[in-house]
Every structure is written in structure tokens, then in C-alpha cells.
Design a protein around this ligand. Structure first.
Ligand code: ACO
Length: 332
């Protein structure tokens, strides 16, 4: 049987502090009703003073390792848009704090598709025989990138982390990543940007703050069409029919995107796992957090055929397909 990267552990963690729609409505020109009906979000979790992305990543990573029954792994990949510092990468600190010794550990940045880029990279390491196991973490403190005055973005984003362990196995096992596809299109870069804080701004003497700006309507339309296309591509590659898909665990940006996506795919609304009401858009952490939510609520079960489409800044997009394995998870 061909070698495969097999999902063998899942962990998730969100910081305890919450920011409700009501609290936001007291600070911004918005309302609980607008946020709920236009996005589906009810609250988001926010880091407290002194906490940062590495703290979230360590908590989720520890739970994923415990879920897999693994004391160590060969690589750690941290998907994040909000590293603790511009330099050094946050991955090595996370690996050290998890007691993983001197394993290779690095950050990768593909924003809301970051977890899928992490899965693809981890899978490639396993398929090449360079690793027997990989910890893939998606962790974000997106609350640090929003402009507190911007009603277009502040209600949307939240903080959190999710992680999976991939181990070497066989392609017919539950949990085997049967297909992963990732894409990018830099011509869409202006859809979602953080203009301040990077080399371009420094070189131009531009000292505006690092705040995220999003062209919401255009992003919405691009998200639905690219997530639909990559889901079709991925399902085709596995040899499934769309009707075979039991659960779509998509990037949690907007409940209207998730419902529109499953409708375009000809699937029932109930196929979509929806978790953003409780956490908002957590970018690279979104899919593992939604997987964890699916398992802990019983909406995602052993044997389900799962597809995980995402779309985000870059633009980047992608999807993975697997049959859900019997993984035990700890509370997040
Ligand atoms: N409260 C009240 N009104 C608001 C708010 C708010 N928080 N935000 C915007 N509005 C207003 C706008 O000003 C506008 O008013 P106008 O008609 O008087 O001009 C009106 O609501 C409609 O604005 P739109 O931006 O067209 O609203 P839309 O229905 O498109 O919803 C949203 C905006 C939620 C951002 C949606 O477009 C969306 O979800 N986009 C996709 C997000 C996404 O997929 N992101 C990808 C990943 S993110 C990443 O990679 C980092």
C-alpha cells in the first residue's frame, strides 16, 4: 500500500478572554444584529495582556501530541500571520517549549490558508521519507492586527490555535491525507493587506501602523468561487463524487460563505461544520479549531468523508480530503 501522511492527533486552544458583539457595539458603529446576520459571528476569543501567538501554539500543540500519544515528532511547522516577532521565527520557541529538542521548526505564512500549506508541507516531508511524524500548528493573534476603530475588520477576527500530528502510514487508513491542493494568485494581493510594518513600508519611510484592511465584498466572491473550485479538484483527485462528501470543514470567515459554498457544491447546509459563531475568523487556526469543534460536538465522526477548503490573503487557497479517523481529543 502506498505511503501516506496520516492525521493521528488533534488539539485546539483559545484564550479565555472573550469579546462579545454587544461589547463591540458599545465601542464601534455596529450592532449584534448586523454582525450576526452578515457574518454569523457571536463572539471571539482575544489574548490578554502579556499573551502571544507562541502561548496559543504551545497549548494546541501539547494537546495534539497528547491526542496522538506522541512524545516527540521529527518536524514542527507553525502556520501564522501573527508571529511573536518579525525575527526570529516563532516555531523554534514553540518546539523548545513543547520539549521537542532541536528538531527543525519553522513558520510559514499563507494567512487563512496557512494550515493547508502546513498540511501540504508536512505531508511532503512524510512522503519523501524525510520525516516519520510532523506537528502542524496554526496559531494566530489576529486581534493584534485589527484597527480598533475599523468596523469592517474588528468584528471579524479572533485569536486561537489548532494543531494536528501527521505520522507515516498507508493511503488506505482512516486519517490518510488522500489529497491536498494549494494555490496562490498574487494579482489578488490587494484584497486583504497589512500595509504597515513590513519591508515595503520601512523602505518607503511609511510608519503607519500594522492594521489589516479588507475589501470585503470582493473577497467574499473570490472565496466562494476558489473554495468551490479547489473542493471539486480535491474530491476528483481522490476519486469521490461530491455526493460522497459527508462534512465540509471550511475556513471560518463568514457563515454566508460556508452556506453558499455547500449550495454551489450541491450539498445540504448540514454538511458544513460551523464554528465561527464562537471564535470568529482565526485565520490559520480556523480549520483545526473547526475540526476540533466538529469532533467534540459529535458533528464530525469516524468514517466521515471530509473536505477542508480555505481561502485567504495572498490570495491563497486550498483543500485537503481525508476519511475521519478515530482520534481522541482533549477539551480546547
Ligand atoms: N457594522 C455595521 N455596518 C457595517 C459593518 C459593521 N461591522 N461593516 C460594514 N458595514 C456596512 C458597510 O459600511 C456598508 O454600508 P453602506 O452600504 O452604507 O456602504 C454595508 O455594511 C455593507 O458593507 P459590505 O462590506 O458590502 O458588507 P458585506 O455584506 O459584504 O459583509 C464582510 C462584509 C462580513 C466583511 C463580508 O464581505 C465578508 O465576509 N467577506 C469575506 C471575508 C473573507 O472571506 N475573508 C477571507 C479570509 S480573511 C484573511 O485572509 C485574513
Amino acid at each position: 500500500m502506498p505511503r501516506a501522511a496520516v492525521l493521528s492527533g488533534l488539539g485546539a486552544w483559545v484564550p479565555p478572554g472573550t469579546l462579545t458583539n454587544e461589547k463591540l457595539a458599545a465601542e464601534l458603529d455596529t450592532s449584534d444584529e448586523w454582525i450576526r446576520t452578515r457574518t454569523g459571528i457571536g463572539r471571539r476569543h482575544i489574548i490578554s495582556a502579556g499573551m502571544c501567538t507562541s502561548d496559543l501554539a504551545v497549548e494546541a500543540g501539547r494537546r495534539a501530541l497528547e491526542s496522538a500519544g506522541a512524545a516527540t515528532v521529527d518536524y514542527l511547522l507553525l502556520a501564522t500571520t501573527t508571529p511573536d516577532r518579525l525575527c526570529p521565527a516563532t516555531g523554534p520557541e514553540v518546539a523548545t517549549r513543547l520539549g521537542l529538542g532541536t528538531i527543525p521548526a519553522f513558520d510559514l505564512s499563507a494567512v487563512c490558508s496557512g494550515f493547508l500549506y502546513g498540511l501540504q508541507t508536512g505531508r511532503a516531508l512524510v512522503l519523501a521519507g524525510l520525516a516519520e511524524s510532523v506537528l502542524v500548528v496554526g496559531a494566530e493573534s489576529f486581534s493584534t492586527l485589527v484597527d480598533p476603530e475599523d468596523r469592517n475588520t474588528r468584528p471579524i477576527f479572533g485569536d486561537g490555535a489548532g494543531a494536528v500530528v501527521l505520522r507515516a502510514g498507508h493511503s488506505d487508513e482512516p486519517g490518510a491525507l488522500r489529497a491536498v491542493n494549494v494555490h496562490s494568485d498574487g494579482s489578488l494581493a490587494e484584497l486583504i493587506t497589512v500595509a504597515g510594518g513590513g519591508a515595503r513600508a520601512r523602505a518607503a519611510g511609511d510608519d503607519r501602523p500594522a492594521h489589516i484592511r479588507m475589501r470585503g465584498r470582493s473577497t467574499f466572491m473570490a472565496a466562494v468561487s476558489h473554495m468551490e473550485a479547489v473542493t471539486r479538484q480535491t474530491v476528483d483527485e481522490v476519486g469521490w463524487q461530491l455526493a460522497d462528501v459527508d462534512r465540509v470543514v471550511g475556513h471560518q470567515a463568514n457563515v454566508r460563505i460556508l452556506h453558499s459554498l455547500v449550495k454551489h457544491l450541491g450539498l445540504p447546509e448540514s454538511a458544513a461544520i460551523v464554528h465561527l459563531h464562537a471564535v470568529g475568523n482565526t485565520a490559520a487556526a480556523s480549520i483545526p479549531l473547526a475540526l476540533h469543534h466538529g469532533v467534540t460536538t459529535g458533528r464530525l465522526g469516524v468514517g466521515h468523508r471530509v473536505v477542508t477548503p480555505a481561502f485567504g490573503a495572498g490570495a491563497t487557497w486550498g483543500a485537503a480530503a481525508l476519511v475521519w479517523p478515530d482520534v481522541k481529543v482533549l477539551p480546547g
